[in-house]
Design a protein around this ligand. Sequence first.
Ligand SMILES: Cc1cc2nc3c(=O)[nH]c(=O)nc-3n(C[C@H](O)[C@H](O)[C@H](O)COP(=O)(O)O)c2cc1C
Length: 322
Amino acid sequence: MALPTALQKLRIPAVASPMFIVSNPELVIAQCTSGIVGSFPSLNARPQEQLGQWLDGIKEALQKYDAAHPDRPSAPFAVNLIVHKSNERLEEDLADVVAHEVPIVITSLGAREDVNEAIHAYGGIVLHDVINNRFARKAIEKGADGLIAVAAGAGGHAGTQSPFALVREIREWFDGPLVLSGAIAHGSSLLAAVASGADLGYIGSAFIATNEANAVDEYKNMIVDSAAADIVYSDLFTGVHGNYLRGSIESSGLDPDNLDSSDPSAMNFGGGGDSVGGAKAWKDVWGSGQGISSVKAVGPASELVDRLEGEYVEARERLAAL
Ligand SMILES: Cc1cc2nc3c(=O)[nH]c(=O)nc-3n(C[C@H](O)[C@H](O)[C@H](O)COP(=O)(O)O)c2cc1C
């Protein structure tokens, strides 16, 4: 199946993933003007009234950029909606997304037909993120256009399945847009995602170590200094399993090797994360995927996209020469 127009003509086949607190308009604009899809969770715009302003600002900046660079226009942007019953803002955020005709909407933690229909009505596309084949089928049944397969090693809420297994299981029945998420921070890994059967790769943690990201310097530096062994998988902080930086758990006074399990009924995705032993998920306990050893320095997001493209092209050439 041909990819929807919004996902074609990217500089490299990549979507920058939405990251709670971290993704702001500055980062999204830098991602899109660098030629890849940029995104942010609607909940990052606080209070709710700010969401419309963020959307106006992003659209205006991209239009201005496109007018100045007709030869290499920006990539489209995406907004992430948390479709969980605890998200009290969903209806208002959806209304803003519809009013601004956001080109791509990423839905997480719940698939709802009426949400998909509202986005389709203005010509937007919906990508739903899933951690297994069962949720993938459900999302497509409910009307999502495409899937984001969140495999083991992804930053934030992550699955446990191998990307190879997950992509193959989904590709057995689904030939629509498929984005693979989890520990992609190098251009060769992006090519591997495409080789495995995905159309695009989903890249999050590497963008934390950029100038534009809304993260304290300690967080950015910890991404640069850490590797896969420094990532801890736990459900303690939000009620859903996710990957976090060991150093930030320690700094919060908790023992990363002896974390309790959480009570899933306490899940709440409408606010700013739960407080565990005085430490707040996302704000104090920092999310990250396993791929960050490829991140060697903090710099502009455009330089990260340049690096990814260079590595992607080099990997293609290496394979072509085999
Ligand atoms: C700090 C952080 C916050 C995140 N917040 C969200 C979020 O609010 N919504 C969402 O759909 N995904 C969120 N994610 C998950 C990403 O969308 C994506 O699956 C992940 O970043 C990809 O793996 P990588 O970080 O290894 O590149 C978050 C990830 C991180 C690292």
